[in-house]
Design a protein around this ligand. Sequence first.
Ligand code: ADP
Length: 304
Amino acid sequence: YKISMSQMCVLEVLGLGQYGVVHKVFHRPTRVIMALKEIRLELNKRALQQIIMELDVLHKARSPYIVDFYGAFFIESCVYYSMEFMECGSLDRLYPAGIPEAVLGKITLSVVKGLQFLKDKLNIIHRDVKPTNVLVNKKGEVKLCDFGVSGELNQSLAKTHVGCQSYMAPERIIGTAGPEGYTIQSDVWSLGLTIIEAATGRFPYENIGFTNVFDQINAIVNGDPPKLPSSRYSEAACDFVNCCLNKDSNSRPNYQKLLEHPWLVEAEASTVDMEDWASRAHALFLARKGPSSSPYVPHTSTRR
Ligand code: ADP
């Protein structure tokens, strides 16, 4: 089954990513609401075809912890990627409402299970674990998106990467992570930063008086790793994060070990009303954002 732009009816803008817009769309043939992500790339047709082909393995990526993939296509030099619509959006939009520790435990559990699925079932490393890539739906389910399935896409995104916040592990920055440059352990580091950011509401290396991005990089490589505030989080939660943020990548636990950590064992056993938390946090996000602006005509809708 081939998905195409002519089947899409653009409903609204969901967000602006580093490489393009994400739209909420209605897919007429299936009558399914989807999220359509645009990735602008300066690539030739062969490279674009390669990306679409490599993304195809995502059809096999069915897991309750991974955002469903519906298909991809390209127009000119943009790749369009259609996926499950997650009503409450990404974690960065939801944490300003505050995340109780029990909810944080459930979120972490889902992320670790998602990462383990990618590793064990598809043999892929996420490469970009951060709050904007953790999505929540109205049932309160937490799923991962934006992982590195396509080598071709990874390469061209790496070339154009201009992030100002680095979730990169120290070994990646100093280049000791091997020729491939990325290992499972590096994702575990990013997971640790993601948990602290979700808990505290801000990126852990922000606001320590940096004047430029080099200071931030220096702090990651030479400074002590950040911690969860022990005044507000249990010993188990703090210890979990400390394990993820071990500067020695070889000493970081693998996913199985993380799942056996007392904090996640407790999270697995606990009952938490995730649906209620998600709907409150999303309502607060909408209230802060204010009424949505006038109907936006995105450039995608002119290309039927
Ligand atoms: P980034 O480049 O920062 O990772 P993305 O391009 O992935 O950002 O997405 C931009 C924003 O669009 C996200 O922060 C998220 O809030 C929203 N978004 C992305 N995918 C979905 C989805 N499947 N369902 C709902 N909202 C989404």
